[in-house]
Design a protein around this ligand. Structure first.
Ligand code: FES
Length: 165
């Protein structure tokens, strides 16, 4: 007959084996669960600073095209999108800039600068925008969007703040 206040050797071994097994299972499972869930909790790439180029290499008076790609991570989903625009330096003043999006405000086709017409032309429905982005002709409901937040860094690079809109 066993004493109910004392663990038998067999019960002690059972308990110890169970506890060690549980600890091993937890130590393996936690990092695995963390690894699997981490991407689902991660969200990045929507906004940030984009370097366009050296300001002193951008001509004054002529729209200077640029483009960049952003990869958005939302959980396990990665989406890359390309954006573009034009920098218009209006004078030597580094803050006298118009930075326009090249996305047409009608149905989002990409506009191109046409030197001869002195206008941005949208190839989809023949819209025309002035050098500063105002609608001159066609169906767009508003001027080209502008990147209003920009800076010149210590190396003289023009950077814009990209915000998905
Ligand atoms: S998308 Fe540009 S005019 Fe329609």
């Amino acid at each position: 007959m066993t004493d109910s206040k004392h663990l038998s050797r067999r019960d002690f071994l059972k308990f110890t084996t169970g506890a060690i097994g549980g600890a091993i299972t937890i130590s393996v499972a936690l990092p695995t669960i963390g690894y699997l869930l981490d991407p689902a909790l991660r969200k990045q790439g929507g906004e940030g600073w984009i370097t366009i180029g050296k300001l002193d290499e951008i001509p004054i008076g002529t729209p200077y095209p640029f483009s960049f790609t952003r990869t958005k991570v939302n959980g396990w989903e990665r989406t890359s999108s390309t954006y573009g625009g034009f920098v218009l330096r209006r004078s030597e003043d580094p803050n006298d800039l118009f930075i326009l999006s090249s996305r047409c405000t009608h149905l989002s086709c990409r506009v191109n600068w046409n030197e001869e017409a002195q206008a941005y032309i949208c190839p989809c429905h023949d819209a025309k925008f002035s050098k500063e982005g105002e609608v001159l002709d066609g169906p767009p409901p508003r001027p080209l969007d502008r990147y209003d937040e920009f800076e010149i860094d210590e190396e003289g690079n023009l950077r814009i703040f990209f915000r998905e809109g």
